[in-house]
Design a binder for this molecule. Structure first.
Ligand SMILES: CC(C)(COP(=O)(O)OP(=O)(O)OC[C@H]1O[C@@H](n2cnc3c(N)ncnc32)[C@H](O)[C@@H]1OP(=O)(O)O)[C@@H](O)C(=O)NCCC(=O)NCCS
Length: 182
């Protein structure tokens, strides 16, 4: 579906229950080889709630991010996906930035994630946000042949801003699609 930047402002918000059917489609588009079964998506929604973000224009979902609520100061980004028609416009980075802003305000000190070793686009995104690879490729991490890279980001306490802090989205709403990919 073509996106008209002038007429379809996208915003980042928390997911609601009614989003689940569209989220299943979005997840299947982002991860065609390994989509979440509906039960897993539902459970992630129940467990993660406010940390489950979506990108929408009021009619259609264009992206989502699932982060775990912090546990002893640690959180995991479980999933991130953006529809292909809006790749390269900064929405993946904005979803990450909004989640990191939220986690930082909750005094999360470390955020972890896994990524496929061949997913250069995602690895590049995470590195730009300050994530660093931990160790080598973890063979068979998600089962036979499903190798993953582990990445982690240390977050400074929100009371003590520090250099290198990931960019934040000023509010949960971003009003226009930028076409410069920044
Ligand atoms: C990974 C994904 C979320 C990125 O979304 P996106 O909206 O295209 O990302 P952005 O436009 O915000 O780009 C973010 C960064 O990605 C990197 N990037 C963008 N285009 C790239 C390209 N063509 N090649 C390599 N890296 C690229 C850059 O580092 C960019 O940062 P910059 O804008 O500061 O230069 C999206 O490609 C996607 O949904 N992929 C399928 C699902 C997936 O692989 N999810 C990640 C699983 S761990």
């Amino acid at each position: 579906m073509p996106l008209n930047p002038a007429r379809m402002p996208l915003r980042i918000r928390s997911a609601v229950e009614n989003d689940l059917p569209a989220l299943a489609n979005l997840d299947a588009e982002a991860f065609p080889m390994d989509p979440y079964p509906p039960v897993v998506l539902r459970q992630h929604f129940d467990v993660c709630r406010d940390h489950f973000l979506v990108l929408d224009d009021g009619h259609t979902l264009y992206g989502y991010l699932i982060a775990t609520p912090p546990d002893a100061g640690r959180s995991w980004i479980l999933s991130l996906g953006v529809t292909r028609d809006v790749w390269g416009h900064g929405w993946g980075r904005r979803l990450m930035a909004e989640s990191l802003r939220q986690l930082r305000s909750e005094h999360t000190h470390e955020v972890r994630l896994t990524v496929h070793p061949d997913n250069d686009r995602a690895v590049s995104l995470y590195e730009h946000l300050g994530f660093a690879q931990e160790g080598d490729v973890h063979k068979d991490y998600f089962g036979l042949g499903k190798h993953r890279i582990l990445m982690a980001l240390k977050l400074p306490d929100s009371a003590a801003p520090a250099r290198g802090t990931p960019p934040s989205v000023p509010s949960a709403t971003v009003n226009s699609v930028r076409t410069d990919g920044s």
